[in-house]
Design a protein around this ligand. Structure first.
Ligand SMILES: NC(=O)c1ccc[n+]([C@@H]2O[C@H](COP(=O)([O-])OP(=O)(O)OC[C@H]3O[C@@H](n4cnc5c(N)ncnc54)[C@H](O)[C@@H]3O)[C@@H](O)[C@H]2O)c1
Length: 384
């Protein structure tokens, strides 16, 4: 029997929209789920934005005050898609109000914030899902299976890259993302958080790391109006960029494997160049987000000159079969969020976790804090 689950979205910028669309697509892709989300409320502080969302997507009610959502008995689950500085306050309040939460990465400004939300979720006994969407890609699921199967031998090292140009324009507005108080870290929370999650998802826990960070565009213009996403602004008063544009990091995993993670938000010519290369003693896998449905695989017994083939993922890989009937039909970013919504709703329906949880967010945030500390001190930092 299918039951209805009242959901709300708090913060209707890019991610608010993507979460909403994902809820709406659940019956199309996962009709077998025993819960169906119903869009009950949207909270957004910019005047008129919640009303526009309701008109477009059919939320039953709107508010500018997210606390009304916490008090609303119709709401059983909440997407927290507001900026990072609100994650802790909203996350803890929603969990304490007994709401299941689907919260965006990096979950707060620090590991302490992520821990506070994780503790509130555990104390309330509600389910949590975190927006580490790249691990939902079927090719990434397949890479993880190949690694776990031992076909690649003992995993020796990984390179994870997350290069973007979203902040490369010098007129990119000084939004919450560039302020410590509202954004926390810069590219650390924004992109490296995804990289840490991918690295952990594939290779297990990180034991220690050494990082270097840099700010390449030290000042930006303050926006003169409401912003969403990566707005440009000219003419506004200049203010300081308070967090890093770039990070490079050496990783040591608990398994003994080594890694390199590099992330940048200011790389001209790089648009969503996210991916990894994982090497083992017998094989390797290669993934590029921009060719999401392909996994480069080298396996066999040749060691040297061993060929690399391209596997086009298909219905046997991850959740691909919920989207397309045969291999090599492209999936997109939003589809990863539909899978994440499915994980969230399935966790609620079955009372057990599927996909990335707040504990994963705590691990990621702990690694990010360690990267900041390492860059400041110029030393290796242990995560133990
Ligand atoms: N998983 C991913 O791939 C991914 C991608 C982008 C952003 N994110 C994360 O999603 C979150 C939001 O990012 P975004 O790109 O959607 O930002 P955004 O700026 O586009 O949207 C944030 C929205 O929250 C609203 N807001 C601010 N304060 C509020 C309040 N008190 N109450 C209600 N609404 C409020 C803003 O007005 C805005 O509409 C961030 O935590 C970010 O790290 C994740």
């Amino acid at each position: 029997m299918v039951s209805t689950l009242g959901v709300a979205v708090v913060g209707f910028g890019w991610m608010g929209r993507v979460h909403t669309q994902a809820y709406q697509r659940i019956p199309h892709h996962f009709p077998q789920l025993s819960v169906r989300p119903e869009l009950v409320a949207v909270a957004e502080e910019v005047p008129g934005r919640a009303e526009e969302a309701a008109a477009q997507f059919g939320f039953a009610s709107t508010t500018r005050d997210w606390r009304e959502v916490a008090r609303d008995p119709r709401v059983q689950a909440v997407s927290i898609t507001a900026p990072n500085f609100l994650h802790r306050e909203i996350g803890v309040a929603m969990a304490e109000a007994g709401k299941h939460i689907w919260i965006e990465k990096p979950v707060g400004l620090t590991a302490e914030d992520a821990r506070a939300v994780a503790d509130a979720v555990a104390a309330a006994g509600v389910q949590s899902t975190v927006g580490f969407n790249y691990r939902n890609a079927p090719a990434v699921a397949y890479a993880s299976e190949l690694i776990a199967s031992g076909e690649l031998g003992t995993i020796t090292h990984v390179r994870v890259r997350l290069f973007s140009d979203y902040a490369a324009h010098p007129d990119g507005a000084l939004t919450w993302r560039y302020e410590r108080a509202r954004g926390g870290g810069g590219v650390l929370g924004d992109l490296a958080s995804h990289g840490v999650d991918l690295a952990r998802f594939l290779l297990g826990d990180i034991a220690s790391l050494a990082a270097d960070t840099a700010v390449f565009i030290p000042e930006r213009a303050r926006p003169t109006g409401a912003t969403a996403g990566h707005t440009l602004a000219t003419g506004g008063e200049l203010g300081p960029v308070e967090n890093e544009d770039y990070v490079s990091c050496l990783l040591r995993f608990a398994s003994g494997a080594r890694g390199v993670l590099e992330a940048s938000r200011v790389s001209v010519g790089e648009q969503n160049n996210y991916g990894f290369e994982v090497h083992g003693t017998k094989g390797a896998v290669f993934w590029d987000y921009r060719r999401m449905g392909e996994l480069g695989v080298s396996r066999g017994t040749s060691y040297q000159d061993q060929p690399v083939s391209t596997v086009y993922v298909g219905p046997g890989h991850g959740e691909y079969g919920a989207f397309q009937p045969g291999s090599a039909n492209a999936m997109g970013y939003d589809d990863l969020k539909v899978i994440e919504a499915r994980n969230f709703l399935r966790s609620i329906a079955e009372g057990t976790s599927y996909g990335a949880t707040l504990e994963d967010a705590v691990h990621s945030a702990t690694a990010l804090d360690a990267m900041s500390r390492s860059a400041e001190q110029g030393t290796w930092v242990s995560l133990g």
